[in-house]
Design a protein around this ligand. Structure first.
Ligand code: ZN
Length: 301
């Protein structure tokens, strides 16, 4: 039993339209689901990913309109690293989004300050890519590589990662969740002196991918390691269990299925507001109160 890398990462945006313009318009990801936060259905939950909405490249955002800008600190993820296939791809993205070009990577931020990195990675994992008219297919983003979090005490988390979650050690403050299909890394960096502030441009949680029939076993294992997980929550497109790892970062273990095509034609993912059945009775009200958002001009036709 192994976790299959990073399933999704959920962050906070104060501006759904600017968020769509950046992640779909600039980065060329596909908006695969436009729905509401199941814990607060008055606000959006947007999901961006590859053309199929696969676990492994899924950036999701809760919209809190007008939220104050946040800042990552102790116990918070501060950077999402995604794969590209070549140095030429890094050059292409440097021209498109700017940022700081390094030997094997490109560091930049989204418009709200969320730390992002594209990295040239050798991997046998299937590339998860989205089609976009302005982005040559060979330069497209290919999936998550790692998330980086701040902590002043990485040792507190070691037993949970290595004994319960079966992360492989990959250096002093670096671990790999290596499954049979995909892998993803979790890295600690030393925490800054300033306290973190949750808010726009910060990460809410990272989800690790579980085979559908193994999620309860993972839940039992993290309980044995001293974590305090929620019951299994049915998110409709996947099932979720949440707990905090000892540094303070919110973890989720999410099933790989059934996926985003369970309630939409795969050709038309993300085009209309999708509500899980238990919220459908709120549709009339939500369609007037949610901020209208439009696909970016350069997005797929
Ligand atoms: Zn989640």
């Amino acid at each position: 039993m192994k976790l299959e890398g990073i399933h999704h990462v959920t962050s906070i945006t104060a501006d759904a339209q600017a968020n769509v313009d950046f992640y779909a318009g600039r980065l060329g990801l596909r908006l695969v689901k436009k729905t509401v936060n199941q814990d607060d259905p008055t606000v959006y939950h947007l999901f961006f990913g590859d053309d199929k909405g696969s676990p492994g490249l899924d950036l999701t955002f809760f919209e809190y309109p007008g939220a104050r800008p946040g800042r990552a600190g102790q116990g918070m993820i501060h950077r999402l690293v995604m794969r590209v296939g070549s140095s030429a791809a890094l050059d292409f993205w440097h021209g498109r989004v700017g940022g700081e070009r390094r030997e094997a990577g490109l560091l930049f931020s989204d418009p709200e300050g969320l730390g992002l990195e594209l990295r040239k990675v050798e991997t046998s994992d299937e590339p998860l890519t989205a089609t976009h008219p302005d982005i040559p297919a060979e330069h497209a983003i290919q999936g998550f590589e790692e998330v980086r979090a701040f902590t002043s005490d990485p040792e507190r988390s070691r037993a949970l990662f290595e004994d319960a979650m079966k992360f492989e050690k990959d250096g002093g403050m670096s671990w790999v969740a290596r499954g049979s299909r995909r892998e993803g890394r979790y890295i600690f960096d030393p925490a800054p002196a300033e306290r973190g502030v949750p808010g726009a441009g910060t990460v809410h949680h990272v989800a690790w991918a579980s085979l559908d029939n193994e999620q309860l076993d993972w839940r039992d294992r993290v309980i044995e390691a001293g974590a305090n997980p929620t019951p299994v929550i049915d998110r409709y497109w996947f099932k979720s269990v949440y707990f905090r790892e000892p540094s303070g970062v919110l973890f989720e273990i999410a099933t790989m299925g059934p996926g985003f095509a369970v309630d939409e034609d795969p050709k038309h993912l993300g085009e209309r507001l999708i509500l899980p059945p238990r919220f459908e009775h709120l549709r009339d009200q939500l369609e007037v109160t949610l901020t209208p958002i439009h696909a970016p001009a350069a997005a797929r036709s």
